[in-house]
Design a protein around this ligand. Structure first.
Ligand code: PMP
Length: 285
Protein backbone atom coordinates (compact mmCIF):
# COMPACT_ATOMS: atom_id res chain seq x y z
CA UNK A 1 0.00 0.00 0.00
CA UNK A 2 1.39 3.39 -1.03
CA UNK A 3 2.29 5.62 1.90
CA UNK A 4 2.11 9.36 1.46
CA UNK A 5 3.80 11.89 3.72
CA UNK A 6 1.34 14.57 4.85
CA UNK A 7 0.90 16.58 8.07
CA UNK A 8 4.25 15.33 9.31
CA UNK A 9 3.49 11.63 9.04
CA UNK A 10 3.19 8.74 6.60
CA UNK A 11 -0.39 7.66 5.95
CA UNK A 12 -2.14 5.32 3.52
CA UNK A 13 -2.79 6.86 0.09
CA UNK A 14 -6.57 6.96 0.74
CA UNK A 15 -6.05 9.01 3.90
CA UNK A 16 -3.72 11.51 2.22
CA UNK A 17 -6.17 14.37 1.62
CA UNK A 18 -6.13 18.17 1.70
CA UNK A 19 -8.88 20.66 2.42
CA UNK A 20 -10.96 22.04 -0.46
CA UNK A 21 -10.15 25.43 1.10
CA UNK A 22 -6.43 24.92 0.54
CA UNK A 23 -5.11 27.82 -1.53
CA UNK A 24 -2.93 25.36 -3.42
CA UNK A 25 -6.16 24.07 -4.94
CA UNK A 26 -8.11 27.33 -5.03
CA UNK A 27 -5.35 29.51 -6.51
CA UNK A 28 -2.39 27.31 -7.40
CA UNK A 29 -0.74 28.97 -4.41
CA UNK A 30 2.16 26.69 -3.64
CA UNK A 31 5.41 25.22 -4.92
CA UNK A 32 6.67 21.79 -5.88
CA UNK A 33 9.58 19.59 -6.94
CA UNK A 34 9.91 16.47 -9.07
CA UNK A 35 12.85 14.32 -7.98
CA UNK A 36 14.31 10.99 -9.17
CA UNK A 37 15.23 8.06 -6.99
CA UNK A 38 18.06 5.94 -8.39
CA UNK A 39 19.07 2.71 -6.61
CA UNK A 40 17.12 3.76 -3.53
CA UNK A 41 18.93 7.10 -3.28
CA UNK A 42 17.25 10.49 -3.72
CA UNK A 43 19.08 12.12 -6.64
CA UNK A 44 20.62 15.54 -5.99
CA UNK A 45 18.52 15.92 -2.85
CA UNK A 46 20.26 19.09 -1.61
CA UNK A 47 19.76 20.86 -4.95
CA UNK A 48 16.06 19.98 -5.06
CA UNK A 49 15.46 20.97 -1.43
CA UNK A 50 17.27 24.25 -2.02
CA UNK A 51 15.23 25.05 -5.14
CA UNK A 52 12.01 24.27 -3.26
CA UNK A 53 12.92 26.67 -0.45
CA UNK A 54 13.92 29.33 -3.00
CA UNK A 55 10.61 28.95 -4.84
CA UNK A 56 8.79 29.23 -1.51
CA UNK A 57 10.77 32.29 -0.49
CA UNK A 58 9.96 33.94 -3.81
CA UNK A 59 6.23 33.58 -3.16
CA UNK A 60 6.67 34.47 0.54
CA UNK A 61 5.61 31.05 1.72
CA UNK A 62 7.31 29.84 4.86
CA UNK A 63 7.86 26.09 4.82
CA UNK A 64 7.16 24.88 8.37
CA UNK A 65 10.22 22.63 8.65
CA UNK A 66 13.98 22.87 8.23
CA UNK A 67 15.81 21.77 5.09
CA UNK A 68 17.37 18.91 7.07
CA UNK A 69 13.95 17.72 8.26
CA UNK A 70 12.67 17.96 4.68
CA UNK A 71 15.54 15.82 3.40
CA UNK A 72 14.84 13.28 6.15
CA UNK A 73 11.12 13.19 5.28
CA UNK A 74 12.02 12.57 1.62
CA UNK A 75 14.31 9.68 2.53
CA UNK A 76 11.74 8.19 4.92
CA UNK A 77 8.98 8.33 2.31
CA UNK A 78 11.18 6.59 -0.26
CA UNK A 79 12.14 3.89 2.28
CA UNK A 80 8.52 3.39 3.46
CA UNK A 81 7.44 2.70 -0.12
CA UNK A 82 10.39 0.47 -0.96
CA UNK A 83 11.22 2.60 -4.00
CA UNK A 84 14.41 1.50 -5.75
CA UNK A 85 14.07 3.48 -8.98
CA UNK A 86 11.24 5.96 -9.08
CA UNK A 87 10.00 9.48 -8.75
CA UNK A 88 9.09 11.78 -5.90
CA UNK A 89 6.55 14.58 -6.07
CA UNK A 90 7.12 17.05 -3.26
CA UNK A 91 4.42 19.72 -2.87
CA UNK A 92 4.04 22.58 -0.42
CA UNK A 93 0.71 24.40 -0.47
CA UNK A 94 -0.18 27.66 1.24
CA UNK A 95 -2.71 25.76 3.39
CA UNK A 96 -6.44 26.18 4.03
CA UNK A 97 -7.90 29.65 4.26
CA UNK A 98 -10.90 31.75 3.34
CA UNK A 99 -12.21 32.01 -0.21
CA UNK A 100 -10.33 35.31 -0.69
CA UNK A 101 -6.81 35.54 -2.11
CA UNK A 102 -5.20 36.83 1.07
CA UNK A 103 -2.46 34.39 2.14
CA UNK A 104 -2.54 35.92 5.62
CA UNK A 105 -5.94 34.30 6.09
CA UNK A 106 -4.51 30.82 5.50
CA UNK A 107 -2.93 28.60 8.09
CA UNK A 108 -1.02 25.39 8.15
CA UNK A 109 0.93 25.04 4.88
CA UNK A 110 0.76 21.42 3.75
CA UNK A 111 3.93 19.51 2.98
CA UNK A 112 3.09 16.49 0.84
CA UNK A 113 5.52 13.84 -0.41
CA UNK A 114 4.47 11.14 -2.86
CA UNK A 115 7.00 8.48 -3.92
CA UNK A 116 5.93 6.42 -6.89
CA UNK A 117 7.09 4.75 -10.08
CA UNK A 118 8.11 6.98 -12.96
CA UNK A 119 6.55 7.46 -16.39
CA UNK A 120 9.40 7.74 -18.90
CA UNK A 121 9.48 8.78 -22.54
CA UNK A 122 9.37 5.64 -24.74
CA UNK A 123 12.84 4.22 -25.47
CA UNK A 124 12.39 4.74 -29.27
CA UNK A 125 12.50 8.46 -28.59
CA UNK A 126 16.02 8.12 -27.18
CA UNK A 127 17.07 6.16 -30.26
CA UNK A 128 15.35 8.32 -32.89
CA UNK A 129 14.95 11.65 -31.12
CA UNK A 130 11.72 13.41 -30.41
CA UNK A 131 9.88 15.84 -32.63
CA UNK A 132 9.24 19.36 -31.42
CA UNK A 133 6.96 22.19 -32.47
CA UNK A 134 7.15 25.83 -31.52
CA UNK A 135 4.25 26.62 -29.21
CA UNK A 136 2.39 29.87 -29.75
CA UNK A 137 1.85 30.07 -25.97
CA UNK A 138 4.69 32.11 -24.48
CA UNK A 139 6.52 31.21 -21.30
CA UNK A 140 5.43 33.41 -18.38
CA UNK A 141 6.79 36.93 -18.45
CA UNK A 142 9.52 36.89 -15.76
CA UNK A 143 8.16 40.08 -14.26
CA UNK A 144 4.68 38.59 -13.97
CA UNK A 145 5.57 35.23 -12.45
CA UNK A 146 9.20 34.23 -12.62
CA UNK A 147 9.63 30.85 -14.37
CA UNK A 148 12.41 30.22 -11.84
CA UNK A 149 9.66 29.63 -9.29
CA UNK A 150 8.48 26.04 -9.60
CA UNK A 151 4.96 27.01 -8.61
CA UNK A 152 1.66 25.17 -8.74
CA UNK A 153 0.70 27.47 -11.65
CA UNK A 154 1.70 25.50 -14.74
CA UNK A 155 -1.12 26.60 -17.01
CA UNK A 156 0.98 28.31 -19.64
CA UNK A 157 3.14 25.18 -19.96
CA UNK A 158 0.01 23.02 -20.04
CA UNK A 159 -1.43 25.09 -22.90
CA UNK A 160 1.86 24.72 -24.79
CA UNK A 161 1.85 20.97 -24.05
CA UNK A 162 -1.64 20.72 -25.57
CA UNK A 163 -0.39 22.51 -28.69
CA UNK A 164 2.41 19.95 -28.88
CA UNK A 165 0.04 17.02 -28.40
CA UNK A 166 -2.29 18.37 -31.12
CA UNK A 167 0.70 18.31 -33.47
CA UNK A 168 1.71 14.78 -32.39
CA UNK A 169 4.67 15.97 -30.27
CA UNK A 170 5.37 15.09 -26.64
CA UNK A 171 7.26 18.35 -26.10
CA UNK A 172 7.00 21.88 -27.45
CA UNK A 173 9.46 24.78 -27.49
CA UNK A 174 8.29 27.88 -25.65
CA UNK A 175 9.54 31.36 -26.50
CA UNK A 176 9.81 34.17 -24.01
CA UNK A 177 8.18 37.60 -24.27
CA UNK A 178 11.16 38.83 -26.34
CA UNK A 179 10.76 36.08 -28.93
CA UNK A 180 13.86 34.26 -27.68
CA UNK A 181 13.94 30.53 -27.01
CA UNK A 182 13.14 29.84 -23.34
CA UNK A 183 12.62 26.13 -22.73
CA UNK A 184 10.19 23.28 -23.34
CA UNK A 185 7.04 22.65 -21.30
CA UNK A 186 8.81 20.41 -18.78
CA UNK A 187 12.41 20.26 -20.00
CA UNK A 188 15.32 22.62 -20.67
CA UNK A 189 16.74 22.90 -24.18
CA UNK A 190 20.32 22.71 -25.47
CA UNK A 191 21.87 23.08 -28.92
CA UNK A 192 25.17 21.87 -30.33
CA UNK A 193 26.85 23.76 -33.18
CA UNK A 194 30.41 23.09 -34.34
CA UNK A 195 31.08 21.20 -31.10
CA UNK A 196 29.99 24.11 -28.88
CA UNK A 197 27.03 23.56 -26.57
CA UNK A 198 24.61 26.41 -25.89
CA UNK A 199 21.51 26.83 -23.78
CA UNK A 200 19.39 29.84 -22.75
CA UNK A 201 20.55 31.55 -19.56
CA UNK A 202 18.29 31.93 -16.55
CA UNK A 203 17.61 35.52 -17.69
CA UNK A 204 15.69 34.04 -20.66
CA UNK A 205 12.84 33.25 -18.25
CA UNK A 206 13.33 29.54 -17.63
CA UNK A 207 13.16 27.12 -14.77
CA UNK A 208 16.76 26.59 -13.74
CA UNK A 209 16.64 22.84 -14.21
CA UNK A 210 18.67 20.69 -11.87
CA UNK A 211 19.39 18.24 -14.70
CA UNK A 212 20.39 21.25 -16.84
CA UNK A 213 22.90 22.41 -14.26
CA UNK A 214 24.23 18.89 -13.78
CA UNK A 215 24.66 18.38 -17.56
CA UNK A 216 26.41 21.77 -17.94
CA UNK A 217 28.85 20.74 -15.21
CA UNK A 218 29.45 17.27 -16.69
CA UNK A 219 29.93 18.74 -20.18
CA UNK A 220 32.45 21.32 -18.95
CA UNK A 221 34.33 18.66 -17.00
CA UNK A 222 34.50 16.62 -20.22
CA UNK A 223 36.10 19.57 -21.99
CA UNK A 224 33.13 20.90 -23.96
CA UNK A 225 32.59 24.62 -24.26
CA UNK A 226 29.14 25.43 -22.85
CA UNK A 227 27.63 28.88 -23.38
CA UNK A 228 24.55 30.24 -21.68
CA UNK A 229 23.28 32.68 -24.27
CA UNK A 230 20.32 34.16 -26.09
CA UNK A 231 18.96 31.71 -28.64
CA UNK A 232 16.36 32.29 -31.32
CA UNK A 233 14.40 29.77 -33.35
CA UNK A 234 16.85 30.20 -36.24
CA UNK A 235 19.59 28.76 -34.00
CA UNK A 236 17.57 25.57 -33.55
CA UNK A 237 16.92 25.23 -37.27
CA UNK A 238 20.62 25.49 -38.10
CA UNK A 239 21.98 23.53 -35.11
CA UNK A 240 23.90 20.28 -35.59
CA UNK A 241 22.16 18.74 -32.57
CA UNK A 242 19.44 19.57 -30.11
CA UNK A 243 18.66 17.83 -26.83
CA UNK A 244 16.44 18.36 -23.83
CA UNK A 245 17.17 17.79 -20.15
CA UNK A 246 14.84 17.12 -17.25
CA UNK A 247 14.37 14.99 -14.18
CA UNK A 248 12.25 12.42 -16.03
CA UNK A 249 13.85 12.81 -19.49
CA UNK A 250 17.49 12.90 -18.29
CA UNK A 251 19.10 13.78 -21.66
CA UNK A 252 16.92 13.17 -24.72
CA UNK A 253 17.68 14.03 -28.34
CA UNK A 254 15.27 16.26 -30.30
CA UNK A 255 15.64 15.79 -34.03
CA UNK A 256 13.06 18.04 -35.65
CA UNK A 257 11.32 21.36 -35.05
CA UNK A 258 8.14 22.35 -36.85
CA UNK A 259 8.66 19.52 -39.34
CA UNK A 260 12.22 20.62 -40.20
CA UNK A 261 15.08 18.25 -39.42
CA UNK A 262 17.71 19.43 -36.96
CA UNK A 263 21.18 18.54 -38.28
CA UNK A 264 20.87 15.24 -40.12
CA UNK A 265 17.68 14.40 -38.21
CA UNK A 266 19.39 11.76 -36.06
CA UNK A 267 20.61 11.90 -32.45
CA UNK A 268 24.13 13.35 -32.58
CA UNK A 269 27.40 12.26 -30.98
CA UNK A 270 27.52 15.03 -28.35
CA UNK A 271 24.00 14.22 -27.16
CA UNK A 272 24.83 10.51 -26.94
CA UNK A 273 28.07 11.24 -25.10
CA UNK A 274 26.32 13.47 -22.57
CA UNK A 275 23.55 10.93 -21.95
CA UNK A 276 26.23 8.32 -21.28
CA UNK A 277 28.10 10.67 -18.95
CA UNK A 278 24.87 11.49 -17.15
CA UNK A 279 24.08 7.79 -16.63
CA UNK A 280 27.60 7.22 -15.32
CA UNK A 281 27.21 10.13 -12.90
CA UNK A 282 23.88 8.72 -11.68
CA UNK A 283 25.42 5.28 -11.14
CA UNK A 284 28.28 6.74 -9.11
CA UNK A 285 26.25 9.06 -6.90
N1 PMP B 1 11.56 23.39 -17.31
C1 PMP B 1 10.35 23.21 -16.77
C2 PMP B 1 9.27 24.16 -17.10
C3 PMP B 1 10.12 22.13 -15.88
O1 PMP B 1 8.92 21.96 -15.33
C4 PMP B 1 11.18 21.24 -15.60
C5 PMP B 1 10.97 20.10 -14.63
N2 PMP B 1 10.17 19.09 -15.14
C6 PMP B 1 12.42 21.45 -16.22
C7 PMP B 1 12.59 22.56 -17.05
C8 PMP B 1 13.59 20.56 -15.95
O2 PMP B 1 14.03 20.76 -14.64
P1 PMP B 1 14.71 19.60 -13.79
O3 PMP B 1 15.93 19.19 -14.53
O4 PMP B 1 15.01 20.23 -12.48
O5 PMP B 1 13.71 18.49 -13.70
Amino acid sequence: MTKVYICGKLVDKAQAVVSVFDHGLLYGDGVFEGIRVYSGKVFLIDEHVERLYESAEAIRLEIPMTRAAMAQALNETVAANGIHDGYIRLVVTRGAGTLGLDPKKTSDPQVIIIADSIALYPSEMYQQGLKLITASTLRNHPQALSPRIKSLNYLNNILAKIEGADAGCVEAVMMNHLGHVAECTGDNIFLVKNGVISTPGTDAGILEGITRNCVIKLAREAGYEVREKTLIRHDIYVADECFLTGTAAEVIPATSLDGRLIGDGKPGPVTKDLLERFHKFVRNQ
